[in-house]
Write a protein that binds this ligand. Structure first.
Ligand code: NDP
Length: 451
């Protein structure tokens, strides 16, 4: 029988979460996937990226270990050996994902899904019907920001490299650009990060942006910033990036990290009356409904907050609402996020300029040398900021750059979600000696901005 309660297109984080939750409510579910199961996050994103980050981090750990008294730790990094282990781990996780789908009682089909009529999906020529259809096809690297980008690797290929290029140019200043620039430098490549703004990570709190730029430069990365980028071209065995001021940046290899685009081509959206934005994104309402009755979309394909936990939350809210009888909406306003650079960033809520634009703001800061790095003679610094509403003392933003920032900010996200005030932070006893305790020990505001 080719009839289901739900057909999900895409077996990534969002698609699998929705399908499992719906199946748990007793729905008959079919998931269609034309690539590996697990999606961007598991196969070619968050997970392998973090495994690569760990690999790169050992350079500094070995240096620190020596300073702490360890001898005989000098070594050479073998990217090929890491790649083999990474492949085995990703294969294991993909199997685990397949297991989760099977255990939930959902059916998985390999192939390309296409909407052919309301309620009907065709998979490689075979028709399937469902009362509800969920599009969770994610996004893929964009290659059209400047001419010649098709010559460059994307994060997909970079994660499969088996040999480290001697020099690499990373184009872009967003999450993917800064994370891979940091990782590649840690592994020993000579890295140039080229972006058009003066600081990386547009939209983040300015104090994090400036400190990240400084820390990357201190680690030996070259920043080619503040100039518009024009074109990439081949030069001999390498590449050259042409910039608007006539300068050129050359390297042996290039990573294009200029953003991602929703994956909607070939889905047949026009057949069911779903229009897309110029970048391909599917417009949805607060309950992830598309313009077409009976069709929903979640995750990066909708280009809301393009983060795995957000896709999962949207997916579960859809399943709870449509199959569980529990209407649920995702609050996209307070989303914690991390950038896995060295030093790492954790951030949630309003930046200082965003808060000031809304009213009176108090800003508390702390900056210090982390104990471990200071002992080892390192130049690292940790910076923390609390952005507080000057009228009612509510903490509106928490920002940190330094070791363990993602872990610390994740925990503080609970406090922000609960609407904690600065007084609540003050009456929280510290755990000593930790870096996180500094968030509880900020006495007087550094700056007060009146409305
Ligand atoms: P981002 O949108 O974060 O960054 C894109 C970068 O490309 C920006 O620096 C942008 O510059 C630059 N760019 C775009 N067009 C041009 C142009 N014409 N000329 C010059 N520069 C240009 O995209 P990413 O690909 O880095 O990441 C995609 C998404 O994936 C992120 O938004 C994030 O949501 C998610 N992600 C999350 C991670 C995490 O949680 N740790 C890790 C990796 C990805 P400008 O700012 O000047 O426009």
């Amino acid at each position: 029988m080719n009839s289901y309660d739900l057909i999900t297109i895409g077996a990534g984080s969002g698609g699998v979460a929705a399908s499992r939750r719906a199946a748990g409510y007793g729905a008959r579910v079919l998931i269609v996937e034309n690539d590996r199961v697990g999606g961007t996050c598991v196969i070619r994103g968050c997970v392998p990226k973090k495994l690569m980050m760990y690999a790169a981090g050992f350079r500094e750990s070995l240096r620190e270990a020596h300073a702490f008294g360890w001898d005989g730790l000098d070594g050479r990094f073998d990217l090929g050996r890491w790649a083999a282990s990474k492949k085995a781990e990703i294969d294991r996780l993909e199997d685990a994902y397949r297991g989760l789908i099977a255990d939930a009682g959902a059916e998985l089909r390999a192939g390309h899904a296409k909407l052919v009529a309301p309620g009907t999906v065709e998979v490689d020529g075979q028709a399937f019907q469902a009362g509800r259809i969920l599009i969770a096809t994610g996004a893929a690297p964009a290659r059209d920001a400047i001419a010649g980008l098709e010559l460059a690797m994307t994060s997909n290929e970079l994660l499969d490299l088996r040999e480290l290029p001697a020099s690499i140019l990373v184009i872009g200043g967003g999450y993917i650009a800064v994370e891979f620039a940091s990782i590649l430098a840690g592994m020993g490549a000579q890295v140039t990060l080229a972006f058009r703004d003066r600081s990386p990570l547009r939209g983040f709190d300015p104090d994090l942006r400036v400190r990240l730029a400084g820390a990357l430069e201190q680690r030996g990365l070259r920043l080619a910033c503040g100039v518009a980028l024009q074109a990439l071209e081949r030069v001999g065995p390498g590449y050259a990036l042409l910039r608007a001021d006539g300068t050129r940046v050359e390297a042996a290899a290039v990573l294009n990290a200029t953003g991602r685009r929703p994956t909607t081509a070939g889905l047949g959206l026009e057949r069911v009356g779903i229009e897309t934005a110029p970048n391909g994104a599917i417009a949805v309402d607060v309950e992830s409904r598309t313009q077409a009755t009976g069709i929903w979309a979640v995750g990066d394909v909708t280009n809301r907050r393009n983060l795995t936990p957000v896709a999962i939350a949207e997916a579960r809210a859809f399943a709870d609402t449509e199959f569980g009888g529990r209407p649920t909406r995702v609050d996209h306003r307070t989303v914690a996020t991390a950038v896995f650079t060295e030093p790492s960033i954790g951030t949630i809520g309003l930046s200082e300029p965003e808060a000031i634009a809304l009213g009176p703001t108090d800003v508390y800061e702390s900056e210090f040398r982390p104990m471990k790095s200071a002992f080892a003679g390192g130049a690292q610094r940790t910076y923390m900021k609390l952005v507080v509403d000057g009228r009612d003392d509510r903490v509106l933003g928490v920002h940190m750059i330094g070791p363990d920032a993602p872990e610390i900010v994740q925990s503080l996200a609970v406090a922000l979600t609960c609407g904690a005030t600065k007084r609540d932070f003050d009456r929280t006893l510290a755990v000593h000696p930790t870096a996180a305790e500094e968030f509880m020990l900020m006495r007087a505001p550094q700056r007060r901005t009146a409305a």
